[in-house]
Design a protein around this ligand. Structure first.
Ligand SMILES: Cc1ncc(C[n+]2csc(CCOP(=O)(O)OP(=O)(O)O)c2C)c(N)n1
Ligand SMILES: [Mg+2]
Length: 344
């Protein structure tokens, strides 16, 4: 993909906003770096699917949203949550299974949600966020609220029936939904080309909605596509499909680093890393006078402090009490139901 910095730099993007895009991408990258260390040190049990490499997608899309807009996420959800304004400390606490976590330590990586700031949940079921986004958008439309719902999903969801039902519903009812396909080229170890004939964005045509394919390593390109889609959604014209071409730097999940999987080459990884979304955005900001090198270093330092504090918060948060294991499991607890495994 060609990358013409002069041509693509927006003259109207205010410098503080440009810097905030950098800050959010750097925050996600450092968060995931620390996740890897915490998994290696056995402080995080279970699996995490790192978002490193895909930062421009979550940040470009969420940069075009307001707090009252909502997103539905995936198994690779840390980036979406952070870009939508999620709290680093509560996220680390959840991953460390502590009571200060988003789900009081009961959910882990794939269940983080913060409905108050429009994060309608990570989701371990591929494609399952799409109908949830439609449900939210249906309510926004019925209540005449000027809000948008974004459904993030991977290329692996593109042949899931539930996604197609959701796209059809959104199209037929003109729902304010943005379907964001993060095409990171693989579903676990399966290359998209082996299982799908057409590019993901072409599917939009079948449902009569605009479908665009953007460079998912370019935060500005993603942001502009998202702005167009939000304007369409807010004006009652219905959904848009945005495919973002991107790449994940780590394996499918943390454990893959210790496996010998040969589905992608080092050369391919190196080629994508040459177009690292954070580096190219920093370079573009500096070349266009939006930000000086020292300011970028200051943002990096700020992010490092935030991440350190988040880990400290998580470590100091108490683990759940065994006696409370069934608390928060049911919206309305059964008063006479004994705890599992307890003889009545
Ligand atoms: C309905 C369903 N089928 C299969 C799985 C197992 N599974 C978990 S992640 C994954 C691959 C998803 O790939 P993609 O959607 O491209 O997302 P990525 O991991 O690349 O971010 C699969 C098949 C699942 N969780 N849910
Ligand atoms: Mg994928």
């Amino acid at each position: 993909m060609e990358h013409n910095i002069e041509a693509s730099m927006s003259n109207i993007m205010p410098a503080p906003f440009a810097r905030s895009l950098y800050y959010h991408m750097a925050r996600i990258r450092r968060f995931e770096d620390r996740v890897v260390t915490l998994v290696d040190d056995n402080e995080i049990a279970g699996v995490c699917h790192e978002y490193s490499g895909q930062e421009a997608v979550a940040v470009g899309i969420c940069g075009a949203l307001t707090t009252s807009d909502i997103v539905t996420s995936t198994h690779r959800g840390h980036g979406h949550t952070l870009a939508k304004g999620g709290d680093v400390g509560r996220m680390f606490a959840e991953l460390l299974a502590r009571t200060g976590g988003y789900n009081k330590g009961r959910g882990g990586s794939m269940h983080i949600a913060d409905v108050g700031i429009g994060i309608f949940g990570a989701n371990g079921i591929v494609g399952a966020g799409a109908p949830i986004a439609c449900g939210a958008a249906h309510k926004f439309k019925a209540a005449r609220e000027n809000r948008v719902a974004v459904s993030f999903f991977g290329d692996g969801a593109i042949n899931q029936g539930v996604l197609h039902e959701a796209m059809n519903l959104a199209a037929i009812w003109d729902l304010p939904v943005i379907f964001v396909c993060e095409n990171n080229q693989y579903a676990i170890s399966t290359p998209l080309k082996e299982v799908t004939i057409l590019d993901p964005y072409v599917r939009a045509q079948s449902y009569g909605m605009p479908g665009v394919c953007v460079d998912g390593m370019d935060v500005e390109a993603v942001y502009h596509a998202a702005l167009t889609a939000t304007e369409r959604a807010r004006s009652g014209k219905g959904p848009t499909f945005i495919e973002c071409q991107t790449y994940r730097y780590f394996g499918h999940y943390t454990g893959e680093r210790h496996m010998k999987m040969n589905y992608r080459s080092q050369e391919e990884l190196d080629r994508w890393k040459l177009r690292d979304p954070i580096t190219i955005w920093a370079e573009r900001m500096m070349q266009s006078g939006l930000c000086a090198q020292e300011e970028i270093e200051a943002i990096d330092a700020e992010v490092n402090i935030e991440i350190d504090r988040g880990v400290e918060f998580a470590r100091s948060s108490p683990p759940p009490n065994q006696a409370e294991a069934l608390d928060c499991m049911y919206a309305v607890p059964y008063p006479n139901t004994p705890a599992w495994g307890v003889e009545s």
